[in-house]
Design a binder for this molecule. Structure first.
Ligand SMILES: Cc1cc2nc3c(=O)[nH]c(=O)nc-3n(C[C@H](O)[C@H](O)[C@H](O)COP(=O)(O)OP(=O)(O)OC[C@H]3O[C@@H](n4cnc5c(N)ncnc54)[C@H](O)[C@@H]3O)c2cc1C
Length: 392
């Protein structure tokens, strides 16, 4: 019987980064990913790295460590995830309370700066000057997320890791709240430790084992274009994004149990009109977020596509009618916008590395810290603050 030191379930950005960092510590690691072709949130993310956006000692430190790792990952992984730094342009509508937004931004490690309409349009010439009062702007990291996942996975294999395309169907429970491994659709896999990185599906996966965790998900919708001649210089988002408010309202403790039953929508959907272009000319336009408790809920794709095109077109008129295809995926989130990392309640060898909703600034640092903690068997006080058990 082959027994691994670690099984990591889920090979999106969180699982790929964690599997790589664990393998880098010299332990044996099996990464189980159900899809041969990437399909989760890491397939569709914009790839923005908000390293400027730490608001507490914890998140500022993680962002600083995270961007330092991103800057050296191309060399380390020996593969190019197209890391660059570009202008983030946070659009401000004509009727907005600009001093109030500026005040809120003061909480960030590097506060975005306000520029009037004309300099905003010089930063991003595709902006419609009639639609904005101005914009806040800050330097933002950017990667091609699909390439970053591939780079982490390949470096993981190069360091002796094993990747299996396999759907995990159950956690193998042993005596005394010890996990023995993972039951897959095709095989049974044994390990000393298991880390769950199944993104938005983590709550659903663990519920089958009788374990309930405070993690939720949004249905995200976007339009992806083929390579375009039009050039978008910056990453454009609204200065006041509504997704974080939706996540906060949909994850209140009083309505937590709704997330164990399909058919609920505790909060109305939102649309944060934005766009980004990749180095090959492809763009992603979006994004709608819905708090539907059924991960398989049907969505009216045509209506969503029209809404995205209309609202993105109001800000960036040249993009309204570009060719493109509607896509949908699920994004995990937690009650306090921080991920859930560490052993689950008293299951000491069953770990979560999940609940990330805007993770790119912090995932590389957290994966590295997690792997080091596992290697030296000494608790990292920073990781302790992210325990899945912190909500009581
Ligand atoms: C439109 C959009 C824009 C975004 N923009 C940004 C941004 O600018 N910056 C940022 O930081 N974040 C952004 N995000 C969010 C970010 O992309 C996601 O939070 C991140 O990719 C989630 O990674 P993950 O590994 O947790 O989940 P996923 O990428 O969903 O990976 C989970 C993996 O687990 C696998 N899996 C699930 N169940 C099983 C099972 N039972 N057995 C085996 N495998 C399983 C799935 O196949 C999947 O590959 C954006 C997301 C979207 C959709």
């Amino acid at each position: 019987m082959n027994k691994f030191d670690w099984i990591v379930v889920g090979g999106g950005i969180t699982g790929a980064a964690l599997a790589y960092e664990l393998a880098n510590q010299g332990v044996s690691v099996l990464l189980l990913e159900r899809d041969a072709t990437l399909r989760g949130a890491s397939r569709y993310g914009y790839g923005g790295i908000a390293y400027w956006a730490g608001t507490t000692e914890l998140t500022r430190q993680l962002c600083a460590e995270g961007i330092a790792i991103h800057r050296s990952l191309t060399d380390e992984l020996e593969s190019d995830p197209e890391f660059r730094e570009l202008d983030l342009v946070l659009t401000v509508p004509p009727d907005a309370d600009i001093p109030a937004i500026a005040q809120a931004y003061q909480a960030f490690a590097i506060p975005p700066q306000y520029v009037e309409r004309q300099p905003a349009c010089e930063l991003e010439p595709l902006l419609n000057p009639e639609a904005i009062a101005g914009a806040f702007t800050v330097k933002h990291g950017h990667v091609n997320l699909r390439k970053l996942v591939e780079a982490y996975r390949q470096a993981f294999i190069n360091r002796g890791g094993t990747l299996e395309i396999e759907t995990a169907t159950a956690v193998l429970k042993g005596d005394r709240k010890q996990v023995q491994g993972i039951q897959g659709r095709q095989n049974t896999y044994f390990a000393e430790n298991v880390a769950i990185c199944t993104g938005a599906l983590t709550r659903l996966f663990l519920r089958q084992a009788g374990i309930v965790i405070p993690q939720y998900f949004t249905h995200a919708e976007l339009i992806e274009t083929p390579p375009l001649e039009i050039k978008l210089r910056s990453l454009v988002m609204p200065a006041e994004t509504q997704r974080l408010q939706l996540e906060a309202r949909a994850s209140q403790a009083e309505i937590d149990s709704l997330w164990d039953h399909p058919g609920h929508e505790p909060v109305s959907p939102i649309l944060d009109a934005g766009a980004v272009q990749f180095l090959d000319g492809r763009m992603r336009l979006g994004q709608i977020s819905r708090a539907l408790t059924d991960p398989f809920a049907p969505i009216d794709a045509a209506a969503s596509e029209t809404a995205i095109r209309t609202q993105v077109g109001a800000i960036l008129p040249a993009l309204q009618d570009v060719p493109g295809t509607w896509h949908h995926c699920l994004i995990a989130f937690s009650r306090d916008s921080l991920p859930l990392i560490g052993p689950i309640a008293d299951w000491e060898n069953l770990h979560l590395f999940s609940g990330f909703s805007n993770p790119l600034a912090i995932v590389p640092a957290l994966a590295r810290r997690f792997a080091k903690q596992a290697a030296i068997a000494k608790i990292d006080p920073l990781l302790k603050q992210l325990s899945p058990n912190r909500f009581g």
